[in-house]
Design a protein around this ligand. Structure first.
Ligand SMILES: Nc1ncnc2c1ncn2[C@@H]1O[C@H](COP(=O)(O)OP(=O)(O)OP(=O)(O)O)[C@@H](O)[C@H]1O
Ligand SMILES: [Mg+2]
Length: 149
């Protein structure tokens, strides 16, 4: 099997569960040799995707479930965040930086997800739901050898 480990989380789309999902995925990812900075970036990407499911997908309805799947290969984390909410009509439009359907929001969630993760994809069907699939690789650090020693 391609994956060394996998988790599935399912939780109500309540704002309090954004922190739960972020911490759970980071704890899972820390089985690999990610740097603390990488783990912080993973946390932001997961927070943004889960927040979007709650705020936009479910329009803050407190009785709907968000699902998060995470998997580890030998050198990467794959994460999928999924809702059964209202879906996205025009994916190209919402991926534009600073696009938001809410006046008080910055429209930067997808920008963060794209810049912090190595791969990023959105699948959505209006009326059915949205799936964000992201991955991040562990960067192998080569220890510098001092030739004078
Ligand atoms: N799960 C989702 N379901 C339905 N629409 C979504 C979903 N995720 C994102 N969108 C749409 O994509 C737009 C852009 O999302 P993005 O996260 O980039 O910005 P935002 O959520 O509006 O603002 P910010 O994340 O900066 O608070 C949203 O305004 C919304 O219209
Ligand atoms: Mg957002």
């Amino acid at each position: 099997m391609k994956y060394m480990n996998q988790i599935k989380l399912e939780f109500l789309g309540l704002p309090a569960n954004v922190a739960f999902a972020r911490v759970a995925v980071a704890a899972f990812a820390s089985q690999l040799d990610f740097t603390l900075a990488d783990l912080e970036e993973i946390k932001v990407a997961v927070s943004e995707a889960v927040s979007n499911s709650i705020i936009h997908g479910y329009e803050n309805a407190p009785d709907r479930f968000v699902r998060v799947f995470a998997a580890l290969t030998a050198d990467s984390l794959e994460v999928m965040v999924e809702d059964d909410g209202k879906g996205i009509e025009d994916i190209d439009q919402v991926l534009q930086p600073a696009f938001s359907d809410a006046d008080e929001r910055l429209g930067l969630g997808f920008v963060f997800m794209q810049s912090f993760m190595d791969s990023f994809q959105v699948d959505s069907k209006p009326g059915c739901g949205t799936k964000v699939i992201m991955a991040k690789r562990v960067v192998t650090r080569i220890t510098q050898v001092n030739p004078e020693q």
